[in-house]
Design a protein around this ligand. Structure first.
Ligand code: SF4
Ligand code: SF4
Length: 358
């Protein structure tokens, strides 16, 4: 089970697509429950992974350290990377995966996240490399209208710092778009085709580029996988700072996502309640369900862009899945030539909080 532990609802940035902190009344600035209850819950699972999340989790470094000192689990963190020095190396090095938020070039990243952010995140990634971080260092991009997906992904790959690059479209709740469909047709979809072409050319030379959507969707197409790909409603639980247990860390006020309270609801009950939070509706009859998995449980339940907006997101999702499905035969041929690449194609190895489908 993947446990998202939100150490705070506050963030030190004010990114354009997100708007910063959660409302403090609903998502407090620090955990208000006893960490012993968290230990009890997490250690009742046979194979737990803890993803520190927020807000910005490193606004509460003491909580991160206490959890890591007291709880036996695999650890990951999703951080904006600007508070790197707030956590000592001995904790960083124990993280199985580190997801640093960075959106591409300096212009793209600072344009969304604020001046100076890019340099801080790159510096953090360099420090991790210099110190010999041996886990999975993931560039986690948010993709919106300023993004040129081909240019921005290639830029991050060219830095030579990240093992993997993952992106999620800023869609479904954001009102920052002027022309989503136009941007998809002019920029994003051609960029996706160029990226897939680059990826397959490199694969033929024996190199597996760590592009999570390509690796993850290929894996979904060949193996049984969870719906949705992020595991919300299946194998992930969010522990909110107020002690609420929820099916998705974003759904802090949605009734359908509420599973119980820490200290009151045990893992067995949680797992049985998760069954009420499955992907529903048109996704179940969609011929892209295998690759897509319903994409996002939150979006499946909360149609903040309305039904027509949901369909527009589906169109770009289907385009991406179809383009990736087309290279499957070439991937199979590459595997026949060189079986050693299989270990790199098998990604993610477990639910490491990358949502797979952009
Ligand atoms: S493409 Fe749309 S309808 Fe189809 S499974 Fe994905 S989210 Fe659901
Ligand atoms: S992808 Fe959607 S359902 Fe999954 S964690 Fe993110 S917001 Fe929640």
């Amino acid at each position: 089970m993947l446990f998202f532990v939100l150490t705070t609802g506050r963030c030190n940035l004010l990114c354009k697509y997100c708007g910063g902190s959660f409302p403090e009344r609903l998502v407090p600035t620090r955990p208000t429950y006893d960490l012993l209850l968290l230990k009890e819950l997490i250690e009742s699972d046979s194979n737990p992974a803890v993803a520190f999340y927020g807000g910005e989790p490193l606004l509460q470094p003491k909580v991160v350290k206490e959890v890591m000192d007291r709880i036996d689990a695999k650890f990951l963190i999703q951080t904006n990377g600007t508070l790197f020095e707030g956590l000592e190396w001995e904790y960083w090095k124990r993280m199985d995966s580190i997801l640093l938020s960075i959106d591409g070039t300096k212009e793209t990243t600072d344009g969304y996240r604020g001046e100076g952010t890019y340099s801080k995140v790159v510096w953090a990634a360099e420090q991790l490399r210099k110190k010999g971080y041996s886990g999975d260092l993931i560039a986690r991009m948010a993709v919106s209208e300023k993004t040129d997906i081909y240019r921005d992904v290639c830029h991050l790959a060219g830095l030579g710092l990240f093992d993997h690059i993952h992106w999620q479209l800023d869609v479904g709740w954001s009102d920052s778009w002027t022309d989503f469909e136009g941007w998809c047709a002019r920029s994003y979809e051609p960029g996706i085709l160029r990226l897939i072409d680059l990826w397959i050319r490199r694969l033929k030379r024996g190199e597996v580029m760590g592009l999570v959507p390509i690796l993850g969707i290929l894996k979904r197409l060949r193996e049984p996988c969870t719906n949705p790909p992020c595991g919300a409603g299946v194998d992930s639980i969010a522990v909110m700072p107020n002690g609420d247990l929820r099916a998705c860390p974003i759904a802090y006020d949605a009734d359908w996502a509420f599973l119980g309270r820490i200290g009151e609801t045990d893992l067995r009950e949680l797992i049985s309640k998760l069954r009420r939070c499955r992907i529903t509706g048109e996704c179940l009859a969609c011929n892209h369900l295998k690759g897509c998995g319903g994409r996002c449980l939150y979006m499946n339940r909360e149609r903040l862009w309305g039904q027509s907006g949901f369909k527009k997101i589906c169109e770009v999702t289907k385009f991406t899945i179809d383009a990736i499905a087309e290279i499957q035969p070439e991937v199979e041929e590459a595997l026949i030539r060189d079986d050693a690449i299989r270990q790199y194609l098998d990604y993610p190895k477990y639910n490491n909080s990358t949502e797979i489908v952009p």
